[in-house]
Design a protein around this ligand. Structure first.
Ligand code: F6P
Length: 470
């Protein structure tokens, strides 16, 4: 019997659902929470608004009926293997991802990838149109779905449509490389409100709309020929700060953090990195910096250790496979050259862990090292701060992460400058506990005053206001 279509007055549309279909070694399948910051940021917002979440369930060639997962109503959008290759791995992650991240890897431009992007965006828009009640708020997420706002508005002008870009919006000079630059701008302009992580992204967007599409703009306002407005503003995303704090305070987490320290051989200092295994995260530079610090004797492997968690990601995309091999080699060489029995300077974990384990790792780590080459925000930095309930710990942070605009008391680094990064790591390591605590207190204030609820409430309040008073 076909299930009744889900109808909701709050709909989130994202490439991924909150849950991912995975096939187990015995051939059976199960669900697990999807990777990445987007899902961890949106899940609490969805629960609060009792919304429906339209997205791909992570498996190709499989049609799945709407279902509930962890208190969320999920509406799966099917993708064929060709869609996964051309829309997801191709245009989204082979073209847009590197282009929007400062071209740290070369973007590829293929017309068949673009065609797939258009047709899959249409499928998401159709599913969102079917799911949204009359006058509903529909909030479209991220670079994979930039055409959805326009496609949705054409079908459903009654909706309040918002769009939020989780990754950086590139400088005008880089964006112009895109053969489909006008189509993407027009796609985003279907929204009433387009949100960016930083004011610079919103400004780049408004400038492009003015120059490329010839539309009138006034500061953050774009005026359409039919009199409708689109606003472009910054909404720096955050985390469920209280949730992380509570988790970090639990006895089981404290016990697990102690156990991690013991398992690592009771080092005096634990440095920690946590990232998706992605070339934008600056892993090679970071590991090289630690390799040198250990080799030069600035850090003693008998006393200090560096733990790097690298969550598997986009494993069929060529650049990600190459990166994995490079990291494997780099870590192997450093540990082989410097390590002694039971004391590898680097503990490298290619795995993803539940929130509970992450909270324990954050508690165990004396210095958190977050050094992406470019990052929209970086929620790991905020999670670490939220988990330092006693104001201890230090954060080393790339100035090219969106979070740097808010966590100003971190030890800032330019991740391309290996010597500078080494100095910052040592600076954080050697700082007095008073200095660390002063900085941590200020960062915690920021993270608790600007949490995920505030981010979502601000966006939704602005969207509602703008779409009521066009
Ligand atoms: O935050 C950027 C982002 O691409 C999200 O849109 C995405 O869910 C997450 O990173 C993980 O990436 P992927 O969905 O490609 O595994």
């Amino acid at each position: 019997m076909p299930t009744k279509p889900i109808k909701s007055s709050f709909v989130v549309v994202a490439n991924r659902l909150a849950a991912d279909r995975m096939v187990l070694p015995d051939g059976s399948s199960d669900w697990r929470t999807s990777p990445g910051g987007l899902v961890s940021a949106l899940a609490p917002v969805m629960r609060k608004n009792q919304g429906a979440w339209v997205g791909w369930h992570g498996a190709a060639d499989e049609v799945v009926e709407p279902f509930r997962y962890d208190g969320l109503q999920l509406v799966p959008v099917p993708l064929s293997s060709d869609d996964v290759r051309d829309y997801y791995e191709g245009f989204s992650n082979g073209t847009l991802w590197p282009l929007y991240h400062d071209v740290v890897e070369f973007p590829e431009f293929h017309r068949e990838w673009w065609d797939a992007y258009v047709s899959v965006n249409r499928r998401f828009a159709d599913m969102a149109a079917q799911t949204a009640k009359r006058g509903a708020v529909v909030w479209v997420q991220d670079y994979q779905l930039q055409l959805v706002p326009k496609m949705l508005r054409e079908q459903r002008p009654d909706l309040k449509i918002g769009f939020f870009l989780h990754i950086p919006f590139p400088p005008v000079e880089l964006y112009q490389q895109l053969p489909w630059r006008k189509e993407i701008l027009a796609g985003l302009l279907g929204a009433d409100l387009v949100g960016f992580q930083l004011p610079g992204g919103a400004q780049n967007f408004v400038r492009l709309v003015r120059n490329r599409l010839g539309l009138q703009t006034q500061r953050d306002r774009i005026v359409h020929p039919d009199g409708r407005d689109t606003r472009a503003k910054a909404y720096p995303i955050s985390i469920d700060s209280r949730g992380f704090e509570t988790l970090a305070s639990e006895q089981s987490t404290r016990y697990r953090a102690e156990q991690i320290r013991t398992d690592l051989g009771e080092p005096r200092t634990i440095f920690l990195g946590v990232d998706r295994l992605d070339y934008t995260k600056g892993l090679k530079q970071r590991i090289r910096a630690f390799g040198e610090l250990f080799a030069e004797g600035q850090l003693d492997p008998q006393e200090a250790t560096f733990v790097q968690v690298a969550t598997p990601s986009r494993e069929r995309v060529e650049q990600y496979r190459t990166l994995r091999d490079e990291i494997d080699r780099l870590v192997g060489r450093i540990n082989g050259d410097i390590g002694t029995i039971g004391r590898p300077p680097i503990t490298y974990l290619h795995n993803s862990y539940p929130r509970e384990e992450m909270a324990a790792l954050y508690r165990a780590a004396d210095v958190m090292v977050v050094t992406p080459l470019r990052d929209g925000m970086n929620l790991v930095a905020k999670e670490y701060v939220a988990c330092r309930t006693d104001n201890t710990g230090a954060l080393v942070l790339s100035e090219f992460a969106g979070a740097a605009a808010e966590l100003k008391q971190a030890w800032m680094v330019n991740p391309y400058d290996i010597n500078g990064m080494k100095d910052a790591v040592l600076g954080a390591h050697r700082a007095s506990s008073a200095e660390r605590s002063r900085r941590m207190r200020a960062m915690r204030k920021q993270v608790f005053e600007h949490d995920i609820d505030r981010w979502a409430d601000r966006f939704i309040a602005d969207l509602t206001e703008i779409s009521q008073n066009p």
